[in-house]
Design a protein around this ligand. Structure first.
Ligand SMILES: [Zn+2]
Length: 299
């Protein structure tokens, strides 16, 4: 077990700052907050890392979390602010498989949690079981729950016609996200599970199509930017090898001559031998690129 959680977190932050210094992490500053007009309401389940799952950066979208991705009155408070104060145009209810809210043992909870915390005065007429249920709002079916939350928020569209509201389902075991169309037709989570292998195959097909489109993008990028690139002929006796990819315009100190034959052969993934130095990160067209920060061996 972790003895001192604060140390773990602060050390994590020190590591983060060290990575910023090294250029391995960067804090993106956008004028527009958030970058995309999107709010994602998801569960507090720690296995869901929204940024990682959708490959987003801090500042990209609003993320709202609670147990079970529920449209509670507090969730609605934040949603209304996001929509009317920050002009959010898309709301996504991101539910997930294996949700803890389907496993709540209400009678056990009743014994553990002081009664005063889940007894709203207005509900005093209800029995204790109903009170707890009312308070924690457990559910038995993750898929039905997404549909229910969509129904709960639907009325917002009456006032905001340009708002889109949709659901998604995340599989914590595989990392796949299923769009609403993929599970819309199923009445419950069991039906979805029965068809899971077929749905997963569809996603894998979608994945192949995506990879093809990425490849096409890289080819067209390569044709359009070829003249911007210069790849050096370097030699070193050091054993350390790295993959070098880069736009030399980014680094004015990089002193090399244009060699078109080299460019066409080694434009995007050139294996070079360089001395052991730190490699800060720069960004280029959705590819993470590492370039040496300090001086290279120029001929
Ligand atoms: Zn959950």
């Amino acid at each position: 077990m972790i003895d001192n959680i604060e140390n773990v977190l602060i050390n994590g932050n020190l590591r983060y700052q060290w990575k910023i210094l090294q250029g391995l992490e960067n804090i993106e500053v956008n004028d527009k907050i958030p970058k995309y007009p999107v709010l994602i309401l998801t569960c507090m389940d720690p296995r869901i890392d929204v940024h990682r799952v959708f490959q987003l950066n801090p500042g990209d979208v609003f993320i709202l979390r609670n147990a079970g991705n529920l449209i509670t009155s507090d969730a609605l408070r934040s949603i209304l602010l996001a929509v009317y104060q920050y002009n959010i145009k898309h709301i996504i209810i991101l539910g997930h498989l294996d949700c803890g809210m389907t496993k709540i043992k209400m009678l056990e909870l009743r014994k553990k949690i002081p009664y005063e915390f889940f007894t709203p005065r207005s509900k005093e007429s209800l029995d204790i079981f109903s009170q707890i249920k009312n308070f924690f709002k457990p559910f038995t079916d993750e898929l039905k729950n997404i549909k229910q939350q969509l129904a709960n928020i639907k009325r917002l569209r009456v006032h905001k016609e340009d708002l889109t509201i949709t659901g998604m389902l995340y599989d914590v075991d595989t990392g796949w996200v299923f769009e609403y169309e993929k599970f819309q037709e199923f009445d419950n989570i069991e039906n979805f599970r029965e068809q899971f292998s077929i749905i997963l195959n569809e996603k894998k097909f979608q994945s192949v199509e995506f990879i093809k489109s990425i490849e096409n993008e890289i080819v067209s990028n390569k044709e359009s930017v070829e003249d911007q690139y210069i790849l050096p002929q370097q030699e070193s006796h050091d054993d350390e090898k790295i993959i070098f990819v880069g736009n030399l315009e980014e680094d004015k100190t990089f002193n090399a001559k244009i060699n078109h034959e080299t460019i066409s052969n080694r434009l995007f993934t050139t294996q070079m031998i360089l001395p052991k130095i730190s490699f800060p990160q720069i960004h280029f067209s959705r590819v993470k690129i590492y370039m040496p920060k300090i001086s290279r061996n120029n001929k």
